[in-house]
Design a protein around this ligand. Structure first.
Ligand code: FMN
Length: 182
């Protein structure tokens, strides 16, 4: 029987509202995998990017996507001032690219090829896909902002790469399991 089907299992951790520490929040939310994206934009002639795991599809009609950004993050206000952004979906062999933009030791754009999307935000063609957006709405959500973008242009780059997965502080790969509904 799979662990998730067992009738009783001792929790590793169980905390309730009021007792939720940053450590407990990270431990439990760290059980949920995300993809890894680079949200890019321009400040004048300067390309900018921030590593974002909280990217999500929001609506088909109209086509909307979203992500959460820390309210005190420094790069996002410079991107949002331009009114647009582009989400670049990283492949599982692009951990160096993710780390270059996360640590920003040196210039992460050096050696990173990019072309302007329709909105002007950088598209990184080596990534799996890109979603070019205009800013549709920005909502306060605790210590983060929920940014919703209206999709201007969708591109599947056809690299053959598999999207990167991020879980519990590590980058990894997607391994296909059972098919939908099987
Ligand atoms: C894999 C990964 C995923 C991340 N996802 C998010 C995210 O969804 N939202 C966020 O605000 N920061 C996220 N970060 C942190 C940001 O990349 C960035 O360090 C932070 O927003 C500070 O940005 P700033 O240098 O512009 O101030 C992530 C970092 C990594 C390595």
């Amino acid at each position: 029987m799979a662990a998730s089907q067992q009738e009783h299992q001792q929790d590793n951790l169980e905390v309730r509202r009021g007792d939720i520490t940053p450590e407990a929040y990270r431990q439990v939310l760290g059980r949920f995998p995300t993809g890894v994206t680079l949200v890019t934009g321009m400040d004048g002639d300067e390309p900018l990017a921030v590593v974002i795991g909280s990217f999500v599809s929001v609506s088909m009609d109209p086509p909307l996507v979203g992500f959460l950004i820390g309210a005190d993050a420094r790069t996002w206000p410079r991107i949002s001032a331009g009114g647009s952004f582009c989400v670049n979906v990283l492949a599982d062999d692009q951990a160096d690219l993710a780390n270059a933009f996360f640590t920003r030791d040196g210039d992460p754009w050096e050696g990173t090829g990019w072309v302007p999307a329709l909105t002007g935000s950088p598209v990184i063609p080596s990534c799996v896909a890109s979603i070019d957006c205009s800013v549709f709405d920005v909502m306060e959500a605790g210590d983060h902002l929920f940014v919703v973008g209206e999709v201007v242009n969708l591109r599947d780059h056809g690299t053959g790469g598999s999207p990167m997965v991020f879980l519990g502080g590590s980058y990894g790969s997607f391994g296909p399991g059972a098919g939908l509904g099987s």
